[in-house]
Write a protein that binds this ligand. Sequence first.
Ligand code: ATP
Ligand code: MG
Length: 566
Amino acid sequence: MKQSQLLIPTLREAPADAEAVSHKWMLRAGLIRQLASGVYTYLPLGFRILKKVQEIVREEMDRIGAQELLLPAMQPAELWQKSGRYDVYGPELIRLKDRHDREFALGPTHEEVITTLVAGEVSSYRQLPMTLYQIQTKYRDERRPRFGLLRGREFLMKDAYSFDRSWEELDVTYRAMYEAYSRIFTRVGLNFRAVQADAGAIGGEGETHEFMALADIGEDTIVVSENGDYAANLEKAEMFWEEPTPSGAQIPPMSQIHTPNIHSIDQLCAFFDQEASVFFKTLLYLVDDQPVAVVVRGDREVNETKVLNALGGERIELAEAGFVQKCTGAEVGFAGPANLSGVRLLVDREVQAMESGIAGANQTDYHVEHIQPGRDFTADLVGDFRNAAEGDLSPDGSGKLKFYRGIEVGHVFKLGTKYSEKLGAEYLDEGGRRQAAIMGCYGIGISRILSAVAEQHCDENGMIWPAELAPAAVHIIPASIKDEAQRKLAMELYEKFRAAGIEVLLDDRDERAGVKFKDADLIGIPHRIVVGREAAEGRVEFKRRAEDDKQSMSAEEAFAQVTDAD
Ligand code: ATP
Ligand code: MG
């Protein structure tokens, strides 16, 4: 590749709206350009990197026997109506009509299409197990597209779907996929963790893991034990729990305290001169439109996923102020578990185990103290309803929990028969009985990987691509292309790399050396060979992008440095 002939529009500065480091460098290095919010063009170098990610993913999918196909992006609405997701998916689903007024959706995911395909083409147990995958553009009208390729509205995904005959068979498929994902994320150079995730209402029964690239910009919180044995996302994370032995202390009767305009936990702490942990925080929710009050300690956060799972619900939302007033008879900020009727009461086990605390009185401007669980209120359900907190003990006893930020780059999920039953993906078993195939689904954010890698592999001058993704292995830069000796040596080296099958970018532009070096830093090819003043003696300067040292050496030695690394 000759730089004079390539479209690599590097920028001196990033546009002001690029917040994420990865977004800035990818724009400045001339890899991507935005066409509309969350919709990007991959320029030639960006596209090369994207193709390398795809190739790694293909190799690892093929290695575990998954078969590649390509499904349509345009999907008839009926399929989504059949699966029951047409309404549930909401505004994220991009909907359109054809000239005959028939409704379609642009695929945000392909469970409906693949299951319909398998329903039509597979009929016998002999054809299973089977895993199919594709690499395709997906469409999701995200509420907040941002950070460049991290959250796009049009993005590239690898999605795979497995069809097994039993849960045991699915276990094997799932494990193979999990391991293939671990290899993929290692090969693309990511510092990542596989974390347990919540299967929730999406698929019911199944186990599920998310693969998280560690990065401060990540939108997910992941919870990892000190020795790393336990890792989960925040929705799923549990903590070690041991029922404390009650001290048997006599608690005085509950009494009301006038707390005018004291709504928040911070205000309560100041008013009572107490730690947040002595308060009972009561939040009102609507779970599938039914009112539910959840009580956690004042220093804790309610975990909505755990609440939803405990109730077997599908939707949870915080109740609006008007509804809270109706339920509690008080303004927001004064809800409490005592004397609260017409609402299911879920009490976190930590609160239930407390001897007493301070809570809202369900009366505006009043709280109650000496409120005792069991004596002053009775829970409908006691359980773990809070988020894990840093410093909690890991549920498996492997030390304290620590929090990290992560970018979800992949997701593996045991789906079960949710789609196969609705869309008829059934087969006849050995005894001639009709059975629904047991499914799994497995996604990788191909384009998101670029941003996640960029987030982890850059410095103050630009990108430092890991070897397997770099747009080329070596960047040859003649300091002055007009100098005959430099030009000649640079060309010789260039041809030698090409002949050896090593990807090489030659900066043959008639630009100042300083400009070329700046661009080379931005682009981030791992090895750089500068052909300068010593060219006439057959000597060059060799540098690795990740290191500061430059070394003068013969052109042959520089060649060997790159080929040995390759
Ligand atoms: P998120 O929680 O980040 O929205 P998701 O749970 O909706 O992700 P899945 O439906 O599991 O994602 O999609 C599979 C993979 O596709 C994700 O693991 C992620 O890597 C990628 N992905 C999802 N949404 C986007 C997006 N808007 N832009 C880029 N990649 C995405
Ligand atoms: Mg999403």
